[in-house]
Design a protein around this ligand. Structure first.
Ligand code: HEM
Length: 451
């Protein structure tokens, strides 16, 4: 039992209506201003909920790693269970451990290295699609990146071509929308209330589950009883056969696959979207990306070994996910009383760790708002605490797909930058939209120019 009863400072209860409006309308600003005004630990009371927002690397270390066993997935993610069931992102305890053990081999560094050729092929298809817009009207870069990342996930994780399932991207939009709606309404609007959003969500969930069922059926008819592939789909089918209750097993498999697709495609797609936006705003960065891609790759496709040679490109990715961490918030719920940074956290409290504000914390970053890929140069190493930078999370729930995400982002940036320059449509306002991942609101129209 924690000894202290100290409560973090925060806005008064009467501010709740204003805070709720901000939670719906501008969540990033809500977090940013709370940290600026009250410091590294903030208590935010909002009607029936009290949020404990911790914004110091030591706090992140405590909640995500050192005392991770006391923190289950919290607000928003807990609500996402309506959509994702008990997949790897949302499950807890023994079930989570079992799922992580089952799926981890699919993401091992060695296996991902073997998939480098597939990633390069999908990125080459993307370059081809972008080229078709050269000199013409704008193309939605985020939409194109989403098609790329779904294509990569389909082939690397499932050994299938997902381009045949056109609606999948839209279905995931509806799932995200619902999870965020549940978060901002604190889960107080039951699923049966016939709002168009909720109806769309129900259709999307059914359609995604239908896609998974079709993939499973096709794999079984392709491979028969002897399913031996080392991809996630094959592994999950084999694991499901060992479940005593087949109905439960099948539902778990659906949850797992929908979760992997959701967690794996949006994050990398938004990283790429933000990269091309920032490269356009910083022409010197775009030039260096182009020069490095030409020098390292020439005109051949990238191979796994190039990952270490594309050094500047890697720094750009690191800096993009610092400024725009796709997983902008890590919500947790305390299972028992605890003490964080000298403050009391009661059992049941909603705790927030926010990579977006941590990555811009003025005590740990020089000129935090500035886009400066070279800040990650080893020569410019600082004594910044490790947990000041957590784009892939930390502790046992660390991103399982980080190697794949980084490989995909690095190859794609290099291959696009080698041949093309993307330019934002003048006057188009780019706004960050913090959904389950940090997206560009309404897409990112850019024109395509040859190098
Ligand atoms: C730039 C790309 C990516 C970023 C920034 C990212 C970030 C993260 C973060 C921060 C978490 C921790 C969430 C938490 O603690 O609540 C996470 C978990 C996860 N990520 Fe990623 N991710 C990326 C790419 C991927 C890819 C390509 C996959 C592939 C399927 C993936 C699958 C997952 C899964 C399944 C989890 C849950 C792991 C668990 O709880 O055991 N991610 N990711």
């Amino acid at each position: 039992m924690a000894a202290t009863r100290r409560v973090p400072p925060g806005p008064p209860r009467r501010a709740a209506p204003v805070l709720l409006r901000r939670l719906v309308g501008d969540r990033l600003e809500l977090m940013r201003s709370a940290a600026a005004e009250y410091g590294d630990a903030v208590r935010i009371s909002m009607g029936p909920k009290t949020l404990y927002f911790f914004n110091h690397p030591d706090h992140a270390k405590h909640v995500l790693a050192d005392n991770a066993a006391n923190y289950h997935k919290g607000i928003g993610l807990a609500q996402a269970r309506r959509a994702l069931g008990n997949g790897l992102l949302t499950s807890e305890g023994e079930l989570w451990r079992k799922q992580r053990r089952q799926i981890q081999p699919v993401f091992q560094h060695k296996r991902i290295a073997q998939q480098a050729g597939v990633v390069a092929e999908e990125a080459a298809k993307l370059v081809g699609r972008l080229r078709a817009h050269e000199g013409g009207g704008p193309v939605d870069v985020v939409g194109e990146m989403t098609a790329l990342t779904l294509g990569v996930l389909g082939r690397t994780l499932l050994d299938v071509d997902l381009s045949a399932f056109e609606a999948v991207g839209h279905d995931f939009e509806a799932v995200q929308d619902q999870a965020m709606f549940d978060m901002v309404t604190m889960g107080m609007v039951p699923g049966w209330v016939p709002l168009s959003k909720q109806l769309r969500f129900r259709q999307a969930r059914q359609s995604l589950q239908g896609v998974v069922d079709r993939l499973v059926a096709e794999r079984i008819s392709r491979d028969g009883e002897r399913i031996e592939g080392d991809d996630a789909l094959s592994r999950l089918i084999v694991a499901t056969r060992q479940e005593p209750d087949q109905r439960v097993g099948r539902q778990r498999m659906r949850d797992e696959l929908v979760t992997l697709l959701l967690a794996g495609h949006e994050t990398t797609a938004s990283t790429l979207g933000w990269t091309f936006y920032l490269a356009d705003r910083h022409p010197e960065v775009a030039e260096r990306l182009h020069a490095e891609a030409v020098e390292v790759l020439g005109d051949r496709p990238p191979e796994f070994e190039d990952l270490h040679r594309l050094r500047y490109t890697a720094r750009v990715v690191e800096e993009v996910v610092r400024l725009y961490p796709p997983v902008w918030i890590l919500p947790r719920q305390a299972q028992a009383d605890d003490e964080v940074g000298g403050y009391h956290v009661p059992a049941g409290a909603d705790v927030l760790i926010c990579p977006y504000t941590l990555h811009r914390h003025p005590r740990f970053w020089d000129a935090p708002e500035q886009f400066d890929p070279e800040r990650f140069d080893p020569d410019r190493a600082t004594d910044r605490p490790r947990y000041a930078y957590i784009p892939f999370g930390a502790g046992p729930r660390f991103c399982v797909g980080n190697h794949l995400g980084l490989l995909e982002a690095t190859f794609t940036i290099a291959m696009v930058a080698r041949e093309l320059r993307l330019a934002k449509v003048p006057g188009y306002r780019v706004v960050a939209e913090p959904m389950l991942s940090l997206r560009v609101r309404g897409g990112l129209p850019m024109t395509v120019h040859s190098r």
